[in-house]
Write a protein that binds this ligand. Structure first.
Ligand SMILES: [Zn+2]
Length: 191
């Protein structure tokens, strides 16, 4: 199964990255629809975000397209049981970096749960996604954690919130209520 279209007309730079990520043992592959509908800039951004998920680099990861303006900004289709099917995320065109990272994090939840000690669920997904991207690539707030004030003042608090996410992951090693802890700390930022 190879959906890569070699006549994409990408710049050499981008083409080289696609090739690097499509070695025979795994890599990121755009579905035909995504390949046709996504801009090269967006595809490059997805490839860049994927670099921060090294645990998935030996897997075949499909990236699909979903219709713009629908309620779902991204989705993930993966089973922790069946490892024969390739992992897949789907995205609306031009989705934010954070949404892309959120969907890749779902794949970690599906396949690397034990290894990385990632719990299931949307809130856990947001906490872990925050710690995957460098600060400068975090272009949107998480939607399943935090509060109104955090979202309103996102640009000024995102560095602190990202640090809190790292701390929450440490805290979870001994305390199951790490999200409660995280939410309490975020509330304090609003004071
Ligand atoms: Zn999600």
């Amino acid at each position: 199964m190879n959906f890569i279209n070699s006549s994409l007309g990408l710049t050499n730079d981008v083409e080289m990255q696609f090739n690097l990520l499509n070695y025979s043992t795994g890599g990121l592959t755009f579905t035909k629809k995504a390949n046709a509908q996504f801009t090269n800039e967006f595809k490059k951004r997805i490839v860049d975000i994927f670099k921060y998920f090294p645990e998935l680099h030996k897997e075949i990861v499909l990236v699909g397209w979903i219709a713009p303006h629908g309620w779902a900004r991204g989705s993930c289709c993966c089973s922790s049981v069946s490892t024969s099917k390739p992992l897949k995320i789907s995205l609306q065109p031009n989705e934010r970096n954070f949404t892309i990272a959120h969907e890749f994090t779902h794949l970690l939840q599906a396949r690397k749960k034990e290894e990385l000690q990632i719990p299931s669920g949307e809130r856990a997904c947001d906490v872990w996604a925050l710690t995957r991207l460098p600060l400068e690539l975090i272009d949107d707030y998480p939607s399943y954690i935090g509060n109104y004030l955090m979202r309103k003042r996102w640009d000024t608090v995102k560095n602190i919130v990202r640090e809190l996410a790292f701390n929450a992951i440490q805290i979870r090693k001994t305390k199951r209520q790490y999200i409660v802890w995280f939410e309490d700390e975020v509330k304090k930022l609003g004071r």
